[in-house]
Design a binder for this molecule. Structure first.
Ligand code: NDP
Length: 451
């Protein structure tokens, strides 16, 4: 790295940290982008002169609100509600809602910033945003979740709309929550529009939206493997998480002939050397989506598997790793263990699951490493397809959506190769995704003037 590049990065990050103190996740996400983008920025001074990256790291708007609701015991509860409207240069704000006790402004700003670049990569006209609450749906009754969602939407509805901001699901926000949120939006606004995505299939949802992030991540891994003449078929795959993204990653990997041997939740992981077959996956889906149980219960049903309490699955020997749970779930040492155990491909189903140290290990080892903003973009891409179907008031077939999703993942891969190939032929997907995602948004911002 030249002295000029180093100086630019340091100044940029020092300013960002002074302006946004105590927002570690946000600093981390921006650092990853700035480090890989700076040589490109310095070669194209129009972007630095017009302070495009400085503008891109300042949200266009942040909405913070009180969410009061009553629990089943008749007690008053209060949560925080947020929506970060990060960038609308190429389309309405678009990005998920996260309900998890860890949610704070730093996490939502990191997610919204990533979302801007990710949405740009999808080739669809979507800006970036993210929102949510520190509400914990775990252990709550359906009735409590409904009351919370209705209160949350009572405020949020005045800030969103089909041409303004279109939220979707994320951690803790699945089909049930989107249903309650949409119901309240429709009631208050007296309009049936595509304002939320991830809707039920009988009321505006797109075929394949639930599957899209997990399937898309697997398609992205498949594209990366192809560059090395490899296939998913016959490979051992370690997956973390056991929610939406993980479940459909297991399904697609298995369909393509790979063997998934782990799943996890925030309490621990299960290791099934015989592989998580379609029957076992159906059990996991019922356990997680209907009974809302814990992954440890898997070993009661399938005693051939083992459960490891308070552990993460990265010590398990594998060819491919798909982190699909949450941010910073692979640290530098775990990344080293994966590489030493022969892992050749990591595709991030979750957002920023690898720490900066872990990313450095993967890139230094020159294994195939697909960062979240590229590898998990299939979810938001299919949300974009849901918006299109809603606007046209028609519904495509599952096959049609799958073909479009597959084509979008291939085009994101091609963009990463175009912008990320280094002189020795190694594809740095982090650099490729950042430059490609940045360019389109940056050019739109320049064309629209200082707004
Ligand atoms: P879900 O809520 O369906 O599942 C999340 C999974 O991750 C659960 O198994 C959960 O376990 C686990 N998890 C959550 N927090 C932690 C933690 N702090 N430590 C360990 N495990 C944790 O969410 P999704 O599957 O939708 O999202 C997973 C990831 O994928 C997130 O990073 C999300 O931002 C990203 N993503 C999701 C998209 C989507 O379409 N849904 C699109 C693109 C990215 P537990 O039950 O114990 O909390």
């Amino acid at each position: 790295m030249s002295k000029e590049v180093e100086r630019y990065i340091e100044n940029f990050l020092a300013n960002l940290m002074a302006k946004n103190p105590h927002e570690e996740e946000f600093h981390q996400a921006v650092r990853e982008v700035v480090e890989s983008l700076t040589p490109f920025l310095l070669k194209n001074p129009v972007y630095t002169r017009l302070k495009i990256l400085e503008r891109m790291t300042e949200p266009e708007r942040v909405i913070l609100f009180r969410v009061p609701w009553i629990n089943d015991q008749g007690e008053v509860e209060i949560n925080k509600g947020y929506r970060v409207q990060m960038n609308s240069a190429i389309g309405p704000y678009k990005g998920g809602l996260r309900f998890h006790p860890s949610v704070n402004l730093s996490i939502l700003k990191f997610l919204a910033f990533e979302q801007v670049l990710k949405n740009s990569l999808t080739t669809l006209p979507m800006g970036g945003g993210k929102g949510g609450s520190d509400f914990d749906p775990k252990g709550k009754s359906d009735n409590e979740v409904m009351h919370f969602c209705q209160s949350f939407m009572t405020e949020l509805q005045r800030h969103i709309g089909p041409d303004t901001d279109v939220p979707a699901g994320d951690i803790g926000v699945g089909g049930r929550e989107i249903g309650f949120l949409f119901g309240q939006y429709k009631r208050l606004r007296n309009e049936f529009t595509g304002t939320l995505t991830g809707k039920g299939s009988d009321w505006g949802g797109s075929p394949l939206r639930p599957e899209a992030t997990g399937y898309g991540t697997t398609y992205f891994a498949q594209e990366m493997l192809k560059t090395k003449g490899e296939l998913i078929k016959g490979k051992t795959v370690v997956i973390s998480g056991s929610g939406n993204v993980s479940q459909y990653a297991v399904e697609k990997v298995t369909q393509l002939g790979g063997k998934v041997v782990t799943l996890s939740d925030s309490n621990g992981y299960i290791y099934d050397t015989t592989g998580i077959s379609p029957d076992k996956l159906a059990y996991v889906m019922e356990l997680k989506n209907v009974y809302r149980g814990r992954i440890r219960e898997y070993v009661n049903e399938y005693p051939e598997a083992s459960y490891f309490e308070n552990k993460r699955p990265w010590g398990v020997k594998c060819d491919i790793a798909l982190p699909c749970a949450t941010q910073n779930e692979i640290d530098g040492d775990e990344a080293k263990t994966l590489v030493e155990n022969g892992c050749i491909c990591v595709a991030e189903g979750a957002n920023m699951p690898s720490t900066l140290e872990a990313v450095e290990v993967f890139i230094r080892s020159k294994i195939l490493f697909g960062p979240g903003k590229a590898a998990n973009a299939g979810g938001v891409a299919t949300s974009g397809l849901e918006m299109t179907q809603n606007s046209m008031r028609l519904k495509w077939t599952r096959e049609e959506v799958d073909a479009r999703l597959h084509a979008i993942m291939q085009s994101i891969h091609a963009a990463c190769v175009k912008h990320g190939t280094e002189p020795d032929g190694f594809v740095n997907y982090v650099k490729g995704a950042n430059i490609s995602g940045f360019q389109k948004v940056a050019n739109a911002m320049i064309e629209q003037g200082l707004v």
